[in-house]
Ligand binder design. Sequence first.
Ligand code: SER
Length: 738
Amino acid sequence: MLSKEIRKKFLEFFKSKGHEIVPSDSLVRGTDPTILFTSAGMNQFKEQFLGHNVTYKRAASSQKCLRTADLDKVGETPSHHTFFEMLGNFSFGDYFKKEAILWAWEFMTKVLGIKEEKLLVSVYEDDKESYEIWRNLIKVPEKKIMKFGAKENFWPSNAPKAGPNGPCGPCSEIFYDGGNNNLVEVWNLVFTQFDRKEGGRLDPLPNKNIDTGMGLERVTAVMQGVKTNFETDLFAPIIEELKKYSSKLKTKSLNTIADHIRAVTFAIAGGVAPSNEERGYVIRKLIRRAYLFVKAEKPFLYNIVPKVVEIMKDTYPELLQKREGISLIVKEEEERFRHTLSMAMPNLTEGLKSAKGNVLGGEKIFKLVDTYGLPLEVIENEAGKRKIKLDIAEFNELMEKRKALSRKKSKIADSIFGPGISKKDAPEKVKNIAKNHTATHLLQSALRKVLGEHVHQAGSLVVEDRLRFDFTHMKKMTEREIEKVEAIVNDYIKRGVNIKKVEKPLDEARKEGAIALFGEKYADKVTVVSAGDFSKEVCGGTHVDNTKDIGLFKIRGESSVASGVRRIEAYTAGRARKWMEDNEKKKRETEKSHKRKEKEKHALKQKLKIAEENIGLIIKKAKDIKGVKVIIEEVKNADLGILRSLADRIKEKEKSSFIMLGSKDKGRANLVLGLSEDLVSKGANASDMIKPMAKIVGGSGGGRLDFAQAGGKEPSKLSKVFKIAENIATDIIEGVSK
Ligand code: SER
């Protein structure tokens, strides 16, 4: 049976039992803000378990999940994953243990047809009710009902003692016996009946609930009769594809890479980009782990993305549109990592060679990690090959020290004295950095409001005169969106909200939904920086005291950094004002010069219009010598252009004509001379004729036989030129002279 048929059968079965089929919640930033990735089907129903917002009482789903807790087991066991799908049915104060157990059994044995003798079950040691149901209703032999403590059979595991607070309860599990002592836990039925409170108190919930979870990959392996999940139709094609790129990989490596690339594909589709923070760090780590198995010369993982999409597209069609973008992000991350490796590997080799007594000291490890950016696992890996041990304790100590130092430093001005900055300038600089830093927090909050919760920090730069913020978002922002974001941030600023800094345990900070750096080793207590109810981040940086200290926020540009990652560059306070003013000035100047040009164009048009109106008049005044119209006229305020076009127009109208137009314009004399064809054929040459006239007005001229122009600096000589022109006209028309 194909995995997709199992998924479908599961949902159909529970639909037939009155369940609402609910789509998978987002893998990233789903309904529950306190978790990095959705890790169970029940995450999206937390409120309903507490008795709030119950619109339907029964639900079933196939939920995309990602867990990193078992990262070390992935690839090592047949059935552990980072990304997996969880089939689940839920009851919110409706049916309870009996139905949950009966239906689970019915689905396993009747719908899927798994043989009863292959199944075993477990119950929580104090849960007599479940034991009775299995024993008396289902008739499972006693020896096949195992009893375990809260670590095994409470969900979340060991919740009474260890927490977390919130809905929890005893559970009962169904196992498949694959032979050779190979028991696979396939289905977990949780009887969510308590609300754990601080100190381990278990308050009964107003309603008794059901939360079940069955790993699709595991049940598929059972149904397809294969020993590991990696041989099912969910993984096998991915592994085949991988073999094309590396023929020497061991099965365990292939399985791990296949697992990781699925997780990476789904997380990026959900809007996460590789980074050093939170979710982005998980993805970065998975890509790096996968990449390291192959030690490839060039990026290869990205080639596998389309295969993952092909397998999953029917269930998750959104993958199809994002396929190319995901590939690109993976490729870029691989390239970046390859670069880091190639830069740092020689140092690692050198370092390992210098290891004393086969132990690499913490200081050396620290330098490789801190200065060269090498992931610890690469160092562990290479050291392992050479049988060299690492002094991890010392390394951790140094890391702690450095973090404590940088936390402390970021609070005082000294740490940001760059070259050339005197102590006198420093306080101003610190203030400006604080403005830009707080503005970055506000910007992130505004972006999430306008674009959606998928927006996630992928990088950021805060310096004295500007800020830069990279974030995950698939599309170019529209003008409207940019304006909105800017307006929201400025509104936060105007509201004049005090920036609060509270020290608290990281766990608590996360639970409150504070954005924290993932993979960072924090001290016991972290500082949570918050501004009203709109921003809350774990942050050791320098901030302003009140949002109004930022003064003004201006986005100067939005651009693309990588596929799926956008960048905003912005200014605050005085710099923002200056930028605005500069912009205004530029705008005014362009407007002005535009206006001037418009004006000139308009004036020209006016002049032409007036001149053209005069054509009739000019022609009327013409002297007729033997049928040839002799036109010699001064045109007011006309430049050469106007004179030329006038002469042309007259020539069009008067087929036999001698046209001499002149003007006094801006202290200069302009002249044009046009001759009709008949005069030219008699030997007249306009270009030759105009040259002496040009001399008279103190300039030069020339042209063709039928048309010539001239200009000079003595406009007062125009009438003299006109007299000469009249004589020339008479001469050529009467054939005396040329
Ligand atoms: N929440 C339980 C689990 O994750 C059952 O869905 O195992």
